[in-house]
Design a protein around this ligand. Structure first.
Ligand SMILES: O=C(O)CCC(=O)C(=O)O
Length: 444
């Protein structure tokens, strides 16, 4: 069994004092189970206790002041993630910060402020502005909060990278960016050597696919054209692509857990190559998404991770996004002609090692590559285990299925495909490995 990710941090906890030890332990626990609001609540309590144990000289940058600010971020997050008792804790921490004169009510509370890290002043005047703002009103903040690449950035400190955890204010930031913008840019997540191995394995696959597509007239199931001089190739499930440091390095894993939970699977795992001369794709989202019938921000069905294997920028066709377009607008087609409307567009540059993480419902497109070399990215979508993209990834059906009426086909699709698989296994004389038992306890 793999060692819990939090182990690196807990190792350090043994040397700490009491409140320190508790904060340390809950930091490790949150790194391991970021989707659990109760753990965030416990982290908030321990950070608040820690802040009261250290001497405070009035400096808002002091350790105690920052610990209290992080405590507030953890408690707020626990509250929006559904842990109601965190509400009282938030109030208590806000009160404490007032007493220590770490907050002021001069500055109005805004979502943008909640996004600032604990290094700066975070005013809350007793309210948690963003907790109430879960619906349509959040989209009013898009132009301010998502205005440029810098505002969407999540940069781990050296310590966070080394130990593989995010401090609560960073998690709060990620949570808000997903909600408001549908997009975050995360710096330095991947081990460069892992990506170098992936890149060289891909060059080989790319070469084989090119030779193959010359031989095979029809595009194969492995490769799909994604537009002029652009193709998507599924990566094989073998080394180095199955390396955990590629699929879920600790900082990414923690974000995916926070934003989606821990019963998550990869749905798309491909690389996308756009060659010099490729043109802009139309604005789109990748999969048909359930309509939750909610105005504003819908729960996230999944997240796409764009992992550049070369530095990407507007000149070589970095992916372009319409921040905020994941929110349900009255007219779903509103975003189709973004060219002619004054909507916010962003085409962030990304360096190798970083990634763009965007909501599956966010409109985006691969842009024209006007450079002189190919632009290659890995394209990985993390989805809830209950989500199934039956359009892009239809399951195989039996020949009987093809003879049924549309209604029967629709209703019996998954039953038919299970039966079809079983029949194939029987014919091949293989014993089915597909019991649900092995998956039940698997968590991210
Ligand atoms: O190439 C890109 O940057 C994005 C590609 C994309 O969105 C797609 O092919 O659906």
């Amino acid at each position: 069994m793999a060692a819990p990710q939090g182990v690196k941090i807990t190792g350090l906890c043994f040397e700490a004092g009491n409140a320190d030890q508790a904060a340390c332990t809950f930091t490790a626990a949150v790194a391991q189970w970021t989707h659990e609001p109760e753990l965030l609540n416990n982290l908030a309590t321990s950070l608040a206790a820690l802040s009261q144990e250290v001497a405070f000289d009035g400096d808002p940058q002091s350790f105690g002041a920052r610990a209290l600010c992080e405590a507030q971020a953890a408690a707020e997050l626990a509250l929006v993630m559904g842990h109601a008792p965190a509400g009282a804790l938030v109030q208590a921490i806000v009160e404490l910060r007032h007493q220590m004169q770490l907050t002021t009510s001069e500055v109005p509370s805004t979502v943008a402020e909640a996004l600032s890290l604990c290094e700066g002043r975070v005013d809350t005047d007793g309210q948690v502005p963003w907790v109430q703002e879960t619906g349509e009103s959040l989209s009013l903040h898009t132009d301010v909060v998502c205005r440029d690449a810098k505002s969407l950035e999540l940069a781990a400190s050296e310590r966070e990278r080394r130990l593989g955890y995010w401090r609560p204010s960073q998690l709060r930031r990620a949570f808000l960016l997903r909600r408001i913008c549908g997009l975050l840019l995360v710096q330095d997540v991947f081990d460069i050597q892992v990506l170098a191995n992936v890149s060289s394995a891909l060059q080989h696959i790319s070469q084989l696919e090119t030779e193959r597509s010359h031989r095979v007239a029809e595009s194969s199931r492995v490769e799909a054209s994604r537009g002029h001089k652009r193709r998507e190739v599924k990566v094989p499930l073998q080394h180095p692509f199955t390396h955990q440091d590629l699929l879920s390095p600790p900082l990414l894993r923690s974000l995916v857990q926070l934003l989606l939970g821990n019963r998550i699977e990869l749905d798309t795992f491909s690389f996308i190559e756009s060659r010099p001369g490729s043109t802009d794709q139309p604005w789109h989202f990748d999969v048909p998404l359930p309509d939750f019938g909610l105005k504003g921000v819908a729960p996230s069905v999944g997240l796409v991770s764009v992992v550049p294997l070369v530095n990407v920028m507007p000149t070589n066709g970095a992916t372009e996004f319409l921040p905020g377009s994941h929110c349900q607008a009255a007219d779903r087609r509103f975003w189709m002609d973004a060219e002619t409307k004054s909507v916010l567009r962003l085409q962030p540059s990304l360096t190798v090692g970083s990634l763009a993480l965007f909501d599956l419902g966010l409109r985006h497109r691969g842009a024209a590559n006007s450079g002189d070399s190919s632009r290659t990215i890995l394209y990985m979508s993390y989805v809830h285990e209950w989500f199934r993209d039956a359009i892009n990834f239809p399951e195989p059906q039996s020949s009987a299925w093809h003879s049924w009426t549309p209604t029967t086909k629709r209703l019996l699709s998954r039953l038919d495909s299970r039966r079809y698989l079983q029949e194939l296994e029987t014919r091949l004389g293989v014993v089915s490995q597909s019991t649900g038992e092995g998956r039940r306890d698997l968590e991210l």
